[in-house]
Design a protein around this ligand. Structure first.
Ligand code: GAL
Length: 433
């Protein structure tokens, strides 16, 4: 994978990984085939075995079945994490119901009726205790089973001491397109649902919230029929949005936003818009949250195979978790959706770094890019000119890894054509400190 005419970031040699793709003429993206996991009726001896499994596990195993401390499959899809007083809280969609096709107003998608938003807690990010439903389905019209409640994210308000949850609320046909908000006095809930609305009258579908170091917080949501992302600052109590919003990534059709900050810059991980099917993640960065000039950094995936990188290891981002007191080091969190059985969708957490880029590579004018259409047709080309950038984001494929692996960023090899000369840079061994 190299081209003399373009700048390339050759990927590291992949560790052996179960192949998802047949070799041959047609390389179609293929999802991992899974056995269905028993979700409800788990017999005692199986549960015991799985508790044993759970306490024996000490590493992240991206894309494998993940059990909680009681031996039940974790149900926290489209989720996010809050770190609070030494514990991590993982909130996500409980999709442990039957998957069925919804045909409504001409739009059809696989769905599961609303059950609620789960909460799990963990001291180490590997062993998760189920804290029960943080927000239950039912009650409010927005939470009726045939509605949609997706991508919950929770932040903590230091003064009101409330935990505030934002989530994407919708009707089955995804036409309501609203942001919903709920709050609780406890990280594990129950959260009190306040209702939903269209921020500034604009659609809100996939969304996230981001709390900055100074306590200001932002709602980021896919709007304008998925053509643009909007960013609005939250009100002082975090329960609404302030006047004014920014339009970002206009016409780029990005969704599944996840915001993180490093070296004073704001970054946003995004996916393309292909429903439950995977596509290429792309990172953007900006000097300010409310800036409209979010600049592209391309697909951050490294390792595994070219097809796996192109399809973000067959996953869609949901959150980026900064590791406390470890600058430049993050966990990339994504969902490996199984649209035939959404409850069996898996979690893919990988090590991620924000790295300084060596000077020669900053001259790079373009990178090679490869993309696949939903039908699996490969196109190759050069990205529109990327601005010289002093930073890069790397998500590294590992089939098994642990937090201490984040200490050593991968050796990243860049190859670029600058001023007619090929420049190689292999010097990135330090992350920001
Ligand atoms: C995706 C979105 C998911 C879910 C899905 C439904 O685009 O990221 O959260 O809404 O569509 O098809």
């Amino acid at each position: 994978m190299s081209s003399a005419a373009s700048s390339v970031r050759p990927q590291q040699e992949a560790p052996a990984l179960e192949s998802h793709v047949r070799t041959g003429k047609q390389q179609l993206p293929r999802k991992r085939k899974r056995k269905s996991e028993p979700l409800h009726a788990m017999v005692d001896d199986v549960a015991e075995q799985e508790v044993a499994w759970s306490s024996a596990v000490s590493k992240f195993q991206p894309g494998e079945v993940w059990y909680d401390t009681e031996g039940r499959t974790i149900q926290a899809h489209g989720g996010g994490i809050l770190y609070h007083q030494g514990l991590y809280y993982w909130y996500g969609e409980n999709k442990a119901g039957p998957t069925y096709m919804s045909f409504n107003l001409g739009y059809s998608t696989a769905r599961v009726d609303i059950i609620g938003i789960s909460c799990y807690s963990s001291p180490d990010l590997i062993h998760w205790t189920h804290e029960g439903p943080a927000l239950r389905g039912g009650g409010h019209a927005d939470l009726q089973p045939r509605r949609v409640a997706e991508r919950p994210k929770v932040i903590y308000h230091d003064e009101t001491r409330r935990f505030v949850m934002w989530l994407h609320m919708d009707t089955e046909d995804y036409e309501l397109a609203r942001a919903g908000v709920a709050w609780s006095k406890s990280p594990t809930g129950p959260f009190w649902y306040q209702g939903s609305f269209r921020p500034h009258g604009q659609q809100a579908r996939d969304l996230t919230v981001y709390k900055d170091d100074d306590g200001s917080a932002y709602l980021v949501y896919t709007s304008e029929d998925n053509r643009a992302l909007h960013i609005a600052q939250l009100t002082e109590d975090y329960l609404g949005v302030r006047p004014g919003y920014t339009r970002a990534m206009v016409n780029l059709k990005r969704e599944a936003p996840a915001v993180f900050k490093s070296a004073g810059l704001y970054f946003m991980m995004t996916s393309g818009c292909t429903g439950w099917d995977p596509n290429s993640a792309e990172v953007f960065y900006s000097k300010s949250m409310m800036g409209s000039d979010w600049l592209p950094l391309g697909n951050p995936c490294m390792g595994a195979t070219e097809v796996e990188r192109t399809f973000t290891f067959f996953s869609q981002p949901t959150f980026v978790l900064p590791l406390p007191n470890q600058p430049g080091r993050f966990i990339f969190m994504a969902d490996q959706w199984d649209s035939e059985n959404l409850s069996a969708s898996r979690y893919l957490w990988l090590p991620m770094w924000v790295l300084p880029v060596p000077l020669p590579v900053q001259q790079v004018a373009a990178r090679q890019y490869e993309a696949y259409s939903a039908g699996g047709v490969k196109t190759m080309g050069r990205q529109p000119v990327l601005p010289p950038s002093a930073v890069d984001v790397v998500v590294q494929w590992e089939s098994m890894w642990q937090l201490q692996d984040l200490q050593d960023p991968p050796l990243t090899r860049y190859e670029s054509q600058a001023g007619g000369q090929t420049v190689l840079a292999e010097a990135i061994v330090q992350s920001f400190s």
